[in-house]
Design a protein around this ligand. Structure first.
Ligand code: IPM
Ligand code: MG
Length: 357
């Protein structure tokens, strides 16, 4: 039976990096006889330009019908002036919420070949392997009411609502406990329970869930401390589970521990394991169109897609091995460049991964 993959290149460097991942996917599709069918659609700024909205119903429809989605990135200065509901980011957020992709897995792994690319000392980060499980369809990103209102006297006030229901906390908690079970058995739940009631409830539910996973060691940390501990002693973490906004922030931080956010893939899954896969980095408008962006996070996202949504573990591993081989060859895009290495562009990096496959 054939499986369908929807490619959503998006904005900025999105089209360049998705093009490389697409070539890699075509290659493994042939080599492993996966029977994947590909389609491409617009999202974000590209969709605003083409259709006047960041998530056209046609794109949403295609996304709902596909087995997996590979997204590049959305957003850029061109659309920054638009009102919130029409911004490119709404395309991404709309996909997440419409497909109920509540579980965002963001692994931060240090490739030994890149130890010197991290801004931290090699001994602090060598062997680093953290998984951030970020809740993706709730919290302050989606809470109502929200907006900008006018107070008596004419002053404007912006407001958002930080909400989590018990069931939302429970389902992301389960994903995190199960991930910890399959890894090193340590789960750190990050909250702000000294100030925010919603995270007092979060902590309570995590403690309750822990009873079902006696082999997992659960700890709790306030988000400010977690931000500090991540740069102080990142190897103390195995799996981190946290809400939408804290997860957004901490995952960028964790990514940088590994040398470059240009290396980190992510998976966003719903209850049916249908998933959207995207690099953790953004659209990098400052370098878009120059052919210098690092395509590896997107290529590694394609590997995650094969693993989690397309039941093609062998192909996933082949891609990951090819990426590692390319790093062994000393090939580096600008973001991970170090002394003695060979600097390559987006296309050459893609070529090298294809050759290694
Ligand atoms: C991410 C991004 C998005 C987010 C933006 C582009 C809406 O930063 O995936 O981490 O905040 O979730
Ligand atoms: Mg982010």
């Amino acid at each position: 039976m054939s499986q369908s993959v929807l490619l959503l290149p998006g904005d900025g460097i999105g089209p360049e990096i998705v093009a490389e991942a697409e070539r890699v996917l075509h290659k493994v599709n042939e080599r492993f006889d996966l029977g994947l069918q590909f389609a491409t659609a617009d999202v974000g700024g590209a969709a605003i330009d083409a259709a006047g909205e960041p998530l056209p119903s046609k794109t949403l429809d295609q996304a709902q019908k596909s087995d997996a989605i590979l997204l590049g990135a959305v957003g850029g200065p061109k659309w920054d002036g638009l009102e919130m509901a029409l911004r490119p980011e709404k395309g991404l957020l709309g996909l997440r919420s419409n497909l109920e992709l509540f579980a965002n897995l963001r692994p931060a792994i240090l490739y030994p070949q890149l130890a010197s690319a991290s801004s931290l000392k090699p001994e602090v980060v060598s062997g680093l392997d953290i998984l951030i499980v970020r809740e993706l369809t709730g919290g302050i990103y989606f809470g109502q009411p929200r907006g900008v209102r006018e107070l008596e006297g004419g002053e404007r006030q912006g407001y958002n609502t930080y909400v989590y229901s018990e069931s939302e906390i429970r389902r992301i908690g389960r994903v995190a406990f199960e991930a910890a079970q399959q890894r090193n058995g340590k789960l750190c739940s990050v909250d702000k329970a000294n100030v925010l009631e919603v995270t007092v409830l979060w902590r309570e539910i995590m403690n309750d869930l822990a009873k079902d996973y006696p082999e997992v060691e659960l700890s709790h940390m306030y988000v400010d401390n977690a931000a500090m501990q991540l740069v102080k002693a990142p190897k103390q973490f195995d799996v981190i589970v946290t809400g939408n906004m804290f997860g957004d922030i901490l995952s960028d931080e964790a990514a940088m521990l590994t040398g470059s956010i240009g290396m980190l893939p992510s998976a966003s899954l719903n209850a049916e394991k249908q998933g959207m896969y995207e690099p953790c980095h953004g659209s990098a408008p400052d370098i878009a169109g120059q052919g210098i962006a690092n395509p590896l996070a997107t290529i590694l996202s394609a590997a995650m897609m094969l693993r989690y949504s397309l039941q093609a573990e062998e192909a996933a591993q082949a891609i990951e091995a090819a990426v590692s081989a390319v790093l062994d060859q000393g090939l580096r895009t600008a973001d991970i460049m170090s002394e003695g290495a060979t600097r390559v562009g987006t296309r050459e990096m893609g070529d090298a991964v294809l050759a290694a496959l």
